[in-house]
Design a protein around this ligand. Structure first.
Ligand code: C5P
Length: 243
C-alpha cells in the first residue's frame, strides 16, 4: 500500500489573503464572519481603512484574523517610520510601503516595524500594475518596466524588508532572483471556473504557487460568491494540494 504524498503546506501560515474591498464596516464584517481565520487572512485597503478607522482592525484581530494593512505608505523616511510604527501597534500581520520611496525610507520603515512588539511583515509595492511603460516614461523613468520592477525589488531586499507585492506572472523571475526567503504577495488570482472581472492578466491559485507566490490576494471570487466559506475552502484545498 502506498502512503499519500506528504504536503509541505504549513497550516499555521495560510496562503490566502481575502481582499475586504468594502466601503463600510457592516458589509466587511458580514463577510469576515462567514470566513475561517484558520485558513485565510484579510486585506484592508485605503477605502475601508479611511471609512472605518483603526478600531475595525482590532475587531478583526480579536476575531482571530491576521490583517494585511494595504496602505502603501510613501513619504519622507521619518513620516513613513512613524506611520509604520502606529500601524504595527494595531497588531496587524503585514503592511506595505512604496519601494519608490527609496532605500532610506524603506530602512526607516523596517527599523520602525522591527522595534514594535508584534513585528508585522513589511513588504513593498514596486511598480503599480496600473502603470505601463509609457506611464513610467512620463514620470521620467526610461528604464524598461521589468528591469525597473527587478531593481526596486532588489532595493527592497537591501533595505531588509520581507518581500514585495507583484503579479504572479512576475513571480517566477523574482523567485529565481531573490531566493526562497523573500515573500511574493500576488493579486490577480482566479480559480479556474471563476469570473475574470476587471483583471486582465490572471493566473489560477495552482499556477501562482507553482510560479513561486508566497501569498495569494483574492477578492471577488470569494467575496461575491453566494457561499464565501465554500469558495475559500475550495481554494485552500487547492493550495494544500500544490504545496
Ligand atoms: O477582487 P480581486 O481578486 O480582483 O481583488 C484583488 C485585490 O488585490 C484588490 O484589493 C485589488 O485592489 C488588489 N490588487 C490588484 N492588483 C494589483 C495590486 C493590488 O488586484 N496589482
Amino acid at each position: 500500500m502506498t502512503n499519500p504524498p506528504i504536503s509541505n503546506y504549513n497550516i499555521n501560515d495560510p496562503k490566502i489573503i481575502v481582499a475586504l474591498d468594502y466601503a463600510d464596516a457592516a458589509d466587511a464584517l458580514k463577510l469576515a464572519h462567514q470566513l475561517d481565520p484558520a485558513i485565510c487572512r484579510l486585506k484592508i485597503g485605503k477605502e475601508l481603512f479611511t471609512a472605518v478607522g483603526p478600531k475595525f482592525i482590532e475587531e478583526l484581530t480579536h476575531a482571530g484574523f491576521g490583517v494585511f494593512l494595504d496602505l502603501k505608505f510613501h513619504d519622507i523616511p521619518n513620516t513613513v517610520a512613524k506611520a509604520c510604527s502606529a500601524a504595527s501597534n494595531l497588531g496587524i500581520w503585514m503592511l506595505n510601503v512604496h519601494a519608490s520611496g527609496g532605500l532610506e525610507m524603506m530602512q526607516a520603515a523596517q527599523q520602525a516595524v522591527s522595534g514594535s512588539e508584534t513585528k508585522p511583515l513589511l513588504i513593498a509595492v514596486t511598480v503599480l500594475t496600473s502603470m505601463n511603460q509609457a506611464g513610467l516614461n512620463q514620470i521620467g523613468i526610461q528604464t524598461d518596466l521589468a528591469t525597473h520592477v527587478l531593481n526596486l525589488t532588489k532595493l527592497t531586499q537591501q533595505a531588509g524588508l520581507d518581500g514585495v507585492v507583484c503579479s504572479a506572472l512576475e513571480a517566477r523571475m523574482l523567485r529565481d532572483e531573490m531566493g526562497s526567503n523573500f515573500q511574493l504577495v500576488t493579486p490577480g488570482i482566479r480559480p479556474i471556473d471563476a469570473n475574470q472581472d476587471d483583471q486582465s492578466r490572471i493566473v489560477t491559485p495552482t499556477e501562482a504557487l507553482k510560479m513561486g507566490s508566497s501569498y495569494l490576494v483574492i477578492g471577488r471570487p470569494i467575496t461575491l460568491n453566494p457561499n464565501p466559506l465554500k469558495a475559500l475552502e475550495a481554494i485552500h484545498a487547492e493550495c494544500i494540494h500544490v504545496s
